[in-house]
Design a protein around this ligand. Structure first.
Ligand code: SF4
Length: 615
């Protein structure tokens, strides 16, 4: 119950689609989505495999609550070995695709091999077939999605696809569904492109069964009330979206600016939630059109925006769409503060190209920021950039590079390498603000110390969605801790990491955790799923998942030496704001973290820990 009980195994090399039963023993140990798909992946591939070879596999996966009436229960994830990092990758997306997949009766779709020519997978409930995608290859996510719906004569089909960037091997390509919702990080779309898989299109009408429907509806309704009564999920996120954070994070001195040279951005006011809601002098409209919700969500944090038609970005390029999803905070930061650009319309334009051609705005913006530093330091010149004056603050350079990266052309192809390979190529690896090859998101760990440990130990490379200690260190959720202190942060990070892994495996959105603890999730899972599910059990499942991911990375060749931050963050003190004079104290937190995890000081889970977690 709640699980559909079925996996679709698609062999792209052979062109076959086969159904097989879900391993219910593993479902009890790993719950679903992130955890369960990671179990399958780690059982089925060699950790040392080249992420872009046919031997790598890619799994689309729902959680047991996906498709139910629980709030935010529309999630799915893409699990694979990441193209950007070479580490375990799990990228989670909202929208409506996950719900459709579950309603078609599939817990997971495992893709293996590589198709000889571009294909897409078409699913109608139990029926699944691979179809020729040559007419969609070379087109954007938006054209692919519309084209597939038109071809099959059904506007209700849900599509997840890659854009041209994923076809061209941009290292941080996404899988985009519902036009602008993305499994965004670590290059899961790059892996999909390497398999010649353009899209997955699904129509599902079977419904989702739960163990105890009456108790489940009650538990889901109780939990919805908790979301509605909470200031963040009931007011802040619906009204202002994640962009509510821009000025908050700037004020605490943790808004990484110009490739982390600074930790406060003088243009923050121009690119945050308030700016999106402000009437433009040019046309009397606001950038923000409305908020929006994913399937079944009672929070509705999403933003839909419209670019000013007179802005140079769209005036010069009328072929692009001017209404789409975003800006979300992370994208606004990466495209804005990380590059020093305070032009909201230019940021929106660049973000829409990320949506349209399917690449991660965080890694893109951060890589542009690194390239701008290389340019300003004289390491690269207009000879390298194809004539682009790549200066911090240049909206022109940002929008031009967004277009080029989306197409994998010109200097955009080099931006598509990600900051690690780009900075290595030009002899300055220290300028890549990344961990395990993945660029930092929007929090400077000199001003929010726990985020330094979060980034260093994140199993998919630098990431805020593996342990959002910002909640505690800045917002006081579930309780306030001092953002500038390192004491107690090892335990805080571990607790967030384990709980997040459980949330991510349930089918629910992690943003619920601003209001919910696992005590709110457990009654919903328990009423829906076979077995006895308590908060304690969910936390243990989360810890098991974290260690399984770590073991995969260790077997892939990652060591404690990869749990590190760029020197800039541990040697160059913040220059302004509350964190002035501070560096990140990773060296103080990491040994305690290893100990709390039950790992050796070499960062390897001990045999005792593996036995305790039945790994
Ligand atoms: S909180 Fe936001 S991201 Fe999460 S499901 Fe709701 S609308 Fe989607």
């Amino acid at each position: 119950m709640a699980w559909a009980g079925k996996i679709l195994r698609v062999n792209l090399t052979e062109g076959t689609c086969k159904s097989e039963p879900l391993n219910m023993e593993w479902a009890q140990a790993y719950l679903g989505q992130r955890g369960l798909a990671t179990k399958y992946l780690t059982e089925e591939i060699d950790p040392k495999v080249d992420p872009l070879s046919p031997e790598n596999k890619m799994i689309m996966t729902t959680g047991p609550l996906t498709g139910t009436c629980a709030s935010t229960a529309g999630r799915y994830s893409v699990v694979t070995k990441g193209a950007l990092t070479g580490a375990i990758a799990c990228s989670n997306s909202g929208g409506f695709f996950g719900n459709e997949m579950k309603n078609a009766g599939w817990d997971q779709i495992i893709f293996e091999g590589k198709a000889k020519k571009p294909v897409y997978l078409y699913i109608e409930n139990d029926k699944a077939e691979l179809l020729d995608a040559s007419e969609f290859w070379g087109t954007s996510v938006w054209d692919t999605e519309e084209g597939i719906k038109e071809k099959h004569g059904d506007p209700m089909i849900r599509v997840a696809s890659i854009g041209i960037s994923g076809e061209k091997g941009v290292k941080y390509a996404c899988v985009v569904n519902d036009m602008h919702r993305a499994a965004g990080r670590s290059g899961v779309g790059t892996v999909m492109g390497s398999k010649n898989l353009k899209a997955v299109a699904i129509r599902g009408t079977k419904g989702v069964r739960v163990k105890d429907p009456k108790r489940f509806v009650q538990a889901a309704n109780d939990a919805k009330k908790v979301l509605a009564d909470n200031a963040v999920t009931g007011q802040g996120l619906p009204a202002m979206g994640t962009q509510v954070l821009m000025n908050v994070i700037n004020e605490v001195g943790a808004l990484p600016t110009r490739n982390h040279r600074d930790s406060q951005f003088e243009g923050a006011n121009d690119i945050g939630a308030e700016a999106m809601a402000k009437e433009r002098a040019s046309d009397g409209k606001t950038n923000l059109v409305t908020n929006a919700a994913c399937f079944g969500c009672t929070i509705a944090c999403g933003r839909i925006s419209e670019i000013d038609r007179t802005h140079f970005s769209v005036a010069e390029r009328p072929e692009y769409q001017i209404i789409s999803g975003g800006l979300e905070y992370e994208a606004a930061w990466a495209l804005g503060a990380a590059t020093g650009v305070n032009d909201l319309e230019a940021l929106t334009f660049a973000n829409f190209i990320c949506n349209e051609q399917g690449f991660d705005p965080i890694s893109f913006g951060a890589t542009v920021g690194a390239a701008m530093e290389l340019f300003e330091d004289g390491v690269i010149t207009t000879d390298n950039t194809g004539g682009i004056e790549l200066k911090f603050g240049s909206a022109e350079a940002l929008t031009t590079l967004a277009e080029l990266t989306g197409k994998g052309e010109g200097f955009g192809a080099e931006i598509g390498l990600g900051s690690k390979l780009l900075c290595e190529k030009y002899g300055h690896p220290e300028l890549s603000m990344s961990v395990k090859g993945q660029e930092f998101p929007a929090y400077d760990s000199r001003g929010i110390q726990g985020m330094g440990l979060t980034y260093a130990t994140s199993n998919r490379g630098a990431c805020h969605l593996r342990s959002y200690t910002v909640a505690s260190e800045v917002l006081g959720i579930p309780e306030k801790t001092d953002p500038l202190a390192t004491d107690g942060k090892a335990g805080l990070v571990k607790a967030f990491q384990d709980a997040t892994a459980a949330f991510d495996s349930s089918g629910l959105c992690i943003f619920t955790s601003f209001a919910w603890t696992l005590e709110d999730v457990a009654p919903q899972v328990d009423a829906a799923c076979e077995g006895d599910w308590t908060a304690e059990k969910l936390l243990e499942v989360g810890e098991r998942i974290w260690n399984l991911e770590r073991k995969f990375n260790n077997d892939a060749g990652f060591t404690a030496a990869d749990d590190k931050l760029p020197e800039r963050l541990v040697k160059d003190a913040a220059k302004t704001g509350p964190a002035e004079g501070k560096v990140n104290g990773l060296d103080k937190m990491l040994p305690e973290y290893y100990e709390l995890r039950g790992w050796t000081q070499d960062g390897v889970p001990s045999n005792e820990t593996l036995d305790r977690l039945a790994l």
